[in-house]
Design a protein around this ligand. Sequence first.
Ligand SMILES: [Zn+2]
Length: 345
Amino acid sequence: MKFIYTESHKCHAPQYEFNRDRMTTYSESPARAEIILWALQKSDFTEITTPRQYPLAFIRAVHDSDYIYYLENIYSVWITEGEPEAGVIPHTFALRTMSKRPEKLVNQTGYYCFDAQTPIVQGTYEGALFSAYCALTGADMLLEGESAVYALCRPPGHHAGRGIYGGYCYLNNAAIAAKHLSQEARVSILDIDYHHGNGTQEIFYDSSRVLFVSIHANPNRAYPFFSGFADEHGVGAGRGFNYNFPLEEHVDERQYIKVLEHAMDIIQQFDPGFLVVSFGVDTFRDDPLGDFDLSLESFSHIGKRIAQMRRPTLLVQEGGYNLQALGEGVVNMLWGFCYDFSVSA
Ligand SMILES: [Zn+2]
């Protein structure tokens, strides 16, 4: 299986995030992508493709123009205004009853952001842009006839909505790729990160062209808390094209695969031309951000089951924060997928 990677992710390297009552080391570190890269190369996944670059129209197909402008410009304005160099972190948030956007960029921070753990630093925009390019390149490779491609995206994307960011995500890589593919055929996004892909859901909530199916931790106890419930089915033309499977803590492989079977049945009925998988390794039992009970071997079984769909598939990297397990989790997923898809490593 070919995979897409670029060193450009390294330019997005916040030192800290605000967690509960203090600044802590940033979990979504550049080391994550390097560890995955190393593990892939060690496991004979050697066909690295460098991402192509795309006009901004491909990003604008998913994200609002004012939001993109904000991501690109806020850090330099922030520094000019004498704010902390550690990164843009809002201290006030625009909620339901306070949603007007102030004129000055430096005062808009809480308008576009929904948490305090996703700083914008010097290279954030460039890193996010190249991460989206990785996913777009993978989408184009499917359109050109590849049966399966893995996009080593960093920063991740599935928490980013049309005009909001959070959860270490700025541009929604999977959604940008899915939007591009949807011009050719119907697309299903299967999100198997530990956290609900609230951004992806929002982007396609009114669409019948892209089916979104997500298996994740119940938002009653887990981030992002305000979406991912089972009764969110879509609106307008998109009604019936959004499925959430919130799970309780300590879900083991047997229970997880059972839910995955159900999710795959829904996708099968939709009969998409392409499958995009938002893949997180934070479902692993020792992930610091998760509470599921999947083993590293579980990922190969999950990969195998997804491959049985027999659709051109783009696997997009989302979360996964146990640096000892991350590489093996990704490799197992890809091996499992290749085993059943007859794609050579
Ligand atoms: Zn996650």
